[in-house]
Every structure is written in C-alpha cells, then in structure tokens.
Design a protein around this ligand. Structure first.
Ligand code: PLP
Length: 406
C-alpha cells in the first residue's frame, strides 16, 4: 500500500461517523465523493472572511474573491494537463458541460442528416442532450457496441465513423462497469476523419492522472463533486478555436462586453460561457480539493485504488451466487454485481442495514443495463480513502444477504 490511508481517512470527518450502529463503509464514491476537512474549511473560511461577488466590485473584498476564484482556473488547468487556463469553463457539473456543448456547438454545427456517434456504455448525461439536439436538428444518433465483458468494440465504432459523422461523444471510464476506454486512440480515430470529439471524464478524473492536451479531445468534461470537491463546481475544457467560434450558452450578466438594446457583444472565452453569479464558494472549495489531491498524487491514488480493485475481486469471488457485470481488463475501481434471486434494491437495503453504502439501480445507464441483460445492478465504487477493511465488511454483509435470499 502506497498511501497513508489512516491519515487520509482522519481528514474526512464523515468517515469516522457511524451508520446504523456500525462504522460507515462508504462505497458510493462513483456517485459522489466524500469531502476532506480542507475543502469544508476552505468554503467556510471563504464565506466567513472573504465573501463578495466576483468580477464586479472595485472594493478590496470583491477583488480578493475574484482573485481566489480565478486562481482555481489555473489549478484546474494544471490538474488536467491543459496548457491554456482560458480553455477551462466553470459550470455546475459534467451534465451542464455536455448540455452547453450540445446547445452551443451542436446547434451551430449539426444539421439534418448528420450523425452523432455514442457508445452503449454512456451515462444518460452523455445521451439525452444529444438526443434532444438530434431532435431539434434532424440528426441521427448511432451507437457503438460493447461486448459481454463490457469492453467497447472499437472495430464497430470505427465502422460507424463515416462522412456524415459530425461528433463522437464517449465516456473515458464507465460509471456502471468501470471499463476504461482507449481514449487517446478513439480521439485520434475521430480526428483523422475530421470528426469533433467530446469525452465524458466524470469517472476518470477522480481516479487517474488525466492530460487533456495529450488526449487531444475537442471537449472534455467532469464534475468537481466526484473529485472530493463540493457539488456545484464542474468543468468544460474545450479547444480555444472551437470555444471562440461558439455562441454563448446562457445570456446575462458577466458574459458580456457591452449591452445596448440594439445589440450585445460578448466577453472573451471563458467568461462568454459563464453567465450570472457562479457558485463562487464551491469553486473555491474545488480549488482546495485539487490542492489536496495533488499533494497525495494522482498516480499514487490510481495505484492504490487498483490494489483495492484486485483485492475486492478476490474477496467477492467467495460470495455465493454473485455475478460481476463488467469484466474489462482495463478497469477502474468500480464493481457492479448481481446476486442470484436478490433484486439489487434489496441488496442495497440489506447492505445499508450493515452500514455499507452502495448504489443500486440502473446507474443512469439504462441502455447499458439492457445491453448487459440486467434491469439493474448493485455497485460498489471505491476511492483512495477506502480500505481492505471496507471490502471485508462489504463481503461479510453480502454473504449475510446471499443467505437471506438463498
Ligand atoms: N458521466 C458519468 C460517466 C457519470 O458517472 C456521471 C455521474 O454519475 C455524470 C456523467 C454526470 O455527472 P453530474 O451528475 O455530476 O453532472
């Protein structure tokens, strides 16, 4: 084990609480990560001593709030390997980032008969905005298949990339299966054909070092709340030439250069896409989260989480009737499973009784569930603050659950 996990755990207040009389075993970081004290403190401190609206005041407090807010842009850029911090657009979450691209870039660039290629393993956030766009513009959605292990069929995806394809949008890491897609290869396939790419990095950025410049996608999105930051802070990274050519998404204050009733000119990127007062305190907390992760090291986090995954796979094999859904070799620390005869919701409820928090349901990936032939799964998703003891508690609770339904 490469991390001082006991120290790390002591830095997350919630991890020393109890749930139903048991130590909390939090295995739902794929949905949202817990927050370290430094993030909570950064937000409380900002509200207590530095709070003012940004970009507006000439007074010291507002200038200081603006400085702190804008400093996070640079932190995010460095964190995800973007050379140009102006390519970082703050949004609320990955979902909003995808909607921004679908509305702004999509309506400008997609016309009747054009094709948008997705994969079977997408989160609804990377399906529904494209469907809505396709409906508005008369475009067609095509879907790349995955195999029974949950691995993307790259040959099938390649066969879908034709002269009508305008966009390839796919997830870097599947939230429901853990599959890590060959992101650089897929982006290159699209780029060689002049196709724009959007990568959903919501499940990748929390678990591995990501370099958006190396990946080379036109758009890359993720959510701050999954990287131990607060909810309300998300990121769209876009290529500057595309962002500059795109119309604004939302209109209002803070995104303009000048306004008259005859017409409005817009602020330069990134502010053109940041209308209205943002969630300032969340962005400040997000900055603290990035500092925290950088101090631990994303490579160390990835290595540690991989050890957890290997250990969990070994231990879970002992649970009677378990079937793991998603067996890709390249896999993040996410384990979706079903148990003979037990509905995933019942599994989730039984585990909750033992203080073990897992997600149960379709994981906002209904087409994927259909492809894998299950209505739903239970999902344990791990973070760097989880331990082997957490996995032991999961296994113990699952054996008990399996017994109940036997
Ligand atoms: N994409 C993936 C792969 C996800 O796992 C999620 C959330 O679980 C999202 C997108 C949407 O994230 P958010 O709800 O933060 O917008």
């Amino acid at each position: 084990m490469t991390l001082d996990v006991e120290k790390i755990r002591s830095e997350f207040p919630i991890l020393s609480t109890e749930m139903r009389g048991q130590p909390l075993t939090y295995l739902d970081s794929g949905a949202s990560a817990q927050k370290p004290r430094v993030v909570i403190d950064a937000m409380a401190d900002f509200y207590s001593t530095h709070y003012a609206n940004i970009h507006r005041g000439v007074y010291h407090l507002s200038a200081e709030a603006t400085r702190q807010f804008e400093a996070v842009r640079g932190k995010v850029a460095a964190f995800i390997g973007a050379a140009n911090e102006r390519e970082i657009i703050f949004v609320r979450n990955a979902t909003e980032a995808i909607n921004l691209v679908a509305r702004s870039w999509g309506e400008q660039n997609i016309s009747e008969g054009d094709e948008i290629v997705l994969t079977q393993m997408e989160h609804h956030a990377n399906i529904v905005p494209w469907q809505m766009l396709a409906k508005r513009c008369g475009a067609v959605i095509r879907v790349a298949e995955i195999d029974d292990d949950g691995v993307l069929d790259v040959a099938h995806l390649t066969s879908l990339l034709g002269p009508k394809t305008k966009l390839l949008a796919f997830t870097h890491v599947s939230n429901a299966l853990g599959t890590i897609n060959p992101v650089t290869q897929l982006v290159a396939l699209a780029r060689d054909r002049g196709i724009t790419t959007l990568v959903d990095g919501a499940q990748a950025v929390p678990h591995q070092r990501v370099s958006v410049d190396e990946i080379g996608a036109d758009f890359y999105v993720f959510s701050g709340h999954k990287v131990v930051g607060p909810s309300g802070a998300g990121v769209l990274h876009g290529r500057m030439d595309l962002l500059e050519a795109m119309p604004p998404f939302l209109g209002g204050g803070d995104m303009i250069e000048s306004v008259s009733f005859e017409g409005t000119t817009f602020a330069p990127v990134p502010h053109k896409f940041e209308a209205g007062t943002p969630d300032i305190a969340s962005i400040i907390g997000f900055g603290a989260a990035i500092d925290y992760l950088e101090a631990i090291g994303m490579d160390e986090i990835a290595a540690y989480e991989h050890e957890l995954l290997v250990y969990a796979n070994e231990r879970l094999a002992a649970v009677p009737g378990i079937r793991i859904i998603g067996q890709a070799k390249e896999k993040a620390a996410v384990i979706s499973f079903v148990l003979d005869d037990a509905h995933p919701h019942d599994i989730g409820t039984c585990l909750d009784g033992e203080g073990v928090a897992v997600r149960a349901g379709h994981h906002c990936a209904q087409p994927l569930m259909k492809r894998m032939g299950v209505p739903a799964t239970a999902r344990a998703s791990f973070a760097f603050y989880n331990t082997r003891e957490d996995i032991d508690r999961l296994v113990k609770a699952l054996v008990k659950t399996a017994d109940l339904f036997a």
